[in-house]
Design a binder for this molecule. Structure first.
Ligand code: LLP
Length: 425
């Protein structure tokens, strides 16, 4: 059987390995639930983008919301990446990982004054502005700090990325971006406000996109606008096409990063925009297939209607199945002989929505370790402490060695900031 996702994942003599390291041994050494990432797989994904962009003015800004572990950020910062951030907290992480603020673009519909101030003082490269009100506020904060903020307007191109409604962002009815029809007027406003400098234009149409066509549609709409805005005397230097490229969870075959990029560049050339700088904000496609979540089978609970395989990871560790009904492959870490049965793989959280996979054909027993594949993106980053469950540990395989890059949370950490009521009387 072929494993969906990363070429770095394989089976040797029935044992699952990531980047040559046996996952069973990692589960035993670090405990479960455990996220394991391959640094080589991340760098390989990045190289796909960089190869296609070589010789062009470009910046790959890793959308760190996908996985913001400092070791992941270090890995990308060292390889020349910038970062797409959506909060002041993410900027702090970039700086803590040795990333450069002048390679950071700041996205998001709800930036606070304090976040704007912090980002301006740190010297971020550009703000992706999503509304007229935000533009006015940024102008005021920048004037107050005494610096000029470079801005790019996030335009909603009104194209359908053909993906799940919760992760589709480029349609008119989404909360994101400035309507295409209003964009020229908002650029005029941007050019007239103090403390601002127009630097670029951007869009992001959705996530887990498995075709090139929606990108080319969005690009065309964006380039139409660039031409209109420049005709109005406002120069636009860079085009930021956002992120969104999909990965393989089951049988999807999304374009490779280099295929997407070369088609985008060809369209820019064909329309006479070849010298413009291209920014991209990939998240999932850089880290998704580079990680797995390991979990131990606690109990088998066969039943008349369903068989339940109860594992020690839950929706708080990996929210994607519960939140989006996302299908993620589940593989035994050590293959076991014997009859496969159909199991719902569920966690210990007290919610019927707490499942990792439904109706999976598996030969398993209690004590076995299972791996949820393609869990490197939006896994740990979306983990919570629901049911007072400490978050998992994270390990990165670097040059064939397993390095603990985040300790398992301790239960006492979870209520350390809480204050018991003073006793009465
Ligand atoms: N840029 C912007 C402005 C974004 O909003 C996003 C993702 C990205 C870049 C990166 O997109 P990517 O390349 O990762 O698709 N939690 C969901 C995905 C939410 C994506 C939100 N925005 C999931 O687990 O499927």
């Amino acid at each position: 059987m072929t494993l969906p996702g990363s070429p770095f994942l394989s089976r040797r003599d029935g044992a699952l390995t990531l980047d040559g390291v046996a996952l069973q041994a990692l589960a035993e050494r670090f405990g479960t639930p455990l996220y394991v990432y391959s640094q080589a797989a991340m760098l390989d994904a990045l190289a796909g983008y960089q190869r296609a962009l070589a010789g062009r003015r470009h910046l790959v800004c890793y959308a760190m919301k996908a996985n913001s572990n400092l070791a992941v950020l270090q890995t990308f910062a060292k390889s020349g990446c910038g970062f797409d951030i959506v909060s002041g907290g993410e900027l702090r992480r970039v700086l803590a990982a040795g990333g450069r603020a002048d390679r950071v673009v700041f996205s998001g519909v709800g930036k606070t004054r304090a976040e704007m101030r912090f980002a301006l003082q740190a010297g971020v490269r550009c703000f992706n502005v999503e509304s007229e009100s935000e533009l006015r506020r940024l102008s005021a904060v920048a004037s107050d700090v005494g610096v000029t903020a470079a801005v790019s307007l996030r335009v909603n191109p009104d194209v359908d990325a053909g993906t799940h409604p919760y992760i589709s962002t480029g349609l008119r009815e989404n909360k994101f971006g400035i309507a295409h029809d209003h964009a020229v007027a908002v650029y005029r406003l941007a050019a007239s406000l103090p403390g601002l400098r127009v630097a670029g234009i951007d869009c992001h149409i959705g996530s887990q996109i498995t075709q090139v066509a929606p990108y080319l549609d969005a690009l065309d709409r964006i380039l139409d606008l660039v031409e209109e805005v420049e005709a109005a005397g406002i120069a636009i230097d860079h085009v930021d096409l956002g992120g969104g490229l999909g990965i393989t969870y089951t049988d999807e075959s999304p374009p490779r990063p280099d295929e997407l990029v070369s088609q985008v560049l060809a369209r820019m050339d064909a329309r006479g925009h070849g010298r413009r700088e291209l920014l991209l904000e990939p998240g999932r496609s850089l880290v998704g297939n580079a990680g797995v979540l390991l979990t131990e089978v606690l109990y088998l609970k066969p039943g008349e209607a369903k068989n339940f395989c109860i594992v020690d990871a839950a929706m708080n560790d990996l929210m994607r199945p519960a939140l989006y009904e996302a299908w993620m492959a589940i593989e035994p870490v050590r293959e076991r002989q014997g009859q496969r049965q159909r199991w719902d793989v569920v966690g210990p959280v007290c919610e019927s929505g707490d499942w990792l996979g439904r109706e999976r054909e598996l030969a398993v027993d209690e004590g076995d370790v299972l791996a949820v594949l393609s869990a490197g993106a939006y896994g740990m980053a979306m983990a919570s402490n629901y049911n007072t469950r400490p978050r998992a540990a994270e390990v990165m395989i670097v040059g064939g060695e397993a390095v603990l890059v985040r300790e398992r949370e301790r239960t006492t950490d979870l209520f350390a900031g809480e204050r018991p009521l003073p006793s009465v009387g």
